[in-house]
Design a protein around this ligand. Sequence first.
Ligand SMILES: Nc1ncnc2c1ncn2[C@@H]1O[C@H](COP(=O)(O)OP(=O)(O)OP(=O)(O)O)[C@@H](O)[C@H]1O
Length: 605
Amino acid sequence: MRLLLRTIKPYKALVAATLAALLLDVAGTLYVPTMLAGMINQGVTSGNTDFIIGQGLKMLVACCCASGGALLGNYLCARLASYVGRDIRNAVYDASLTYSGGDFEEFGTGSMITRTLNDVNVIQQTVMLAAQAMLPVPIICVMGTVLSFRVDAQMGAMMLAVVSVVMVFAVIAVRRAAPIFEKMQGFIDRMNVVLRENIIGVRVIRAFGKERHEEGRMGRVFTDYADAAIKVNWIFAGVDCFSFCLMNIAEVLLMWLGGNRVGAHAMEIGNISAVVEYAMLIMFYIMMAQFVALMVPRAIVCLQRCAEVIEKKPSILDGTGSAPLAPGSNGEAATAGEAAVAGEVTVTDEDGAFNASLSDTAPVATFDHVSFRFPDADEDTLHDIDFSCRRGQTTAIIGSTGSGKSTIAKMLLRLHDVTEGSVRFSGVDVRSMTQHDLRERIAYVPQKAWLFSGTIASNLRDGRADATEAEMRHALDVAQSDFVWGLPERLDAPVAQGGTNFSGGQRQRLAIARALMKHADLYIFDDSFSALDFKTDAALRRALKPETRNAAVLIIAQRINTILHADQIVVLKDGRIVGKGTHKELMEGCEVYREIAESQMKGGE
Ligand SMILES: Nc1ncnc2c1ncn2[C@@H]1O[C@H](COP(=O)(O)OP(=O)(O)OP(=O)(O)O)[C@@H](O)[C@H]1O
């Protein structure tokens, strides 16, 4: 609830205007039966046509005011609800952007989507309906009851009794439905997870003939949700039936009592219609509020779920420092001519002041005795990792599956923080830099080349927003993406979500071109050449050399061919470095490396 109040706070004026409009609606609605009673009592019984017309006109004005109030109130409610929905959705999304990989996994992708879309929708709808249907209820109950007592105390008492029964019934129904609604939100999470898995993994499901099994899994999830929804609908239907039944009973009772009172000359005949109208109005509003009240527990659950995301403290927080800049780095155009290719280069900080002096082989990224453990793991994934990626040099990491290669890349990007030791960027601990500053200076090609829906050009501009066409062409040429020139739309060729309309190798090359758009201090290629044939792999690495000579390059690979000429090769086994050196040195002194090399050269496993 704190989240809702916090979100509504900036819209105080809108809330006040909404309340005023709804009040006008209620006042107009309640005024009509009072005038009707007067019309019958004084006009109809005495045949005073002028009075009847006068009252009729007043009733028309009251109706117009009530309708205007209702119209304006509903419009303002919808506006308020959409602002609340928008602000909570933005807050959830903004919070999720600050999360590390581990933070995100705590919720899971399916749940994050449900929270951002479905949960916020439920909150938005409930805010709108609650403002429309629940806010007027206390006003109409109090005013209606007071007016009924003013007409006739006995009639007022009977109306109060009937209204009390309806209210008690409404509270019972809401309390029974609330836990079912809570469960339903969990079922929506599960449906999201299973659906995502089925849609993304549809080819695997077909390839393994698992359609029946998956159908069963989906069926169970859908059935759970449907069962819960049916239970809630039963309650709704019961509430509906009972409330209408009560309304009719109330009308009969009030008519009966009113008739007796009129017969006993204790009350005028027009007052019967006024009290019946008040009772009907009150019960109608309670019924409407009751349906909305059934949604409130669900909305509260949704609010809690959104608040969990918004209020979660990210495990990776920004530092305040920044690492020294090298000429041509951090967004400045770095041409081969600009690059200092030999000896010492002087680096300056953002104010242009002298900062440090880095040689062309100065470490850009350093792992200083780093150990790392995933939050949910029992043991370290990386143990005592110690190496540097130097400017102007290519460092390669090789190792068996699961040895921790990608984890090293993610630690450089600060998607995870070290458990022990430190990762330094240009000599500065990455924990004391802002994440934005750090990532601005790294170009990363992930293991799974992911492209965004749009065009080839829009994807390349993700690397650098102001890239010219010539720069994009150059990056594509370096990345050996000649296939782009064979497409009818060339740079404007459409890209499907994830880049699924391109082959694995094409996707990898486009992802490499996107990374090259950025003039970075460190280029990380995480198994980014694996889908390329040997010839393209070699041509690409040759073309990359002059592009990256003012930067450090880190290549993670499974194929020896890809890393053969690296200045330094780091061999990983079970998260530990078991060898470090050039290909030649490792062939002589590192058994693990030799085994990998020999198995690939023989074409073995
Ligand atoms: N989010 C995670 N939570 C827990 N353990 C993880 C997580 N991600 C990876 N691991 C574990 O960390 C280890 C290293 O994973 P990593 O992806 O770095 O290996 P890799 O060497 O890049 O493997 P591959 O060559 O298959 O890509 C693996 O044993 C993996 O199971």
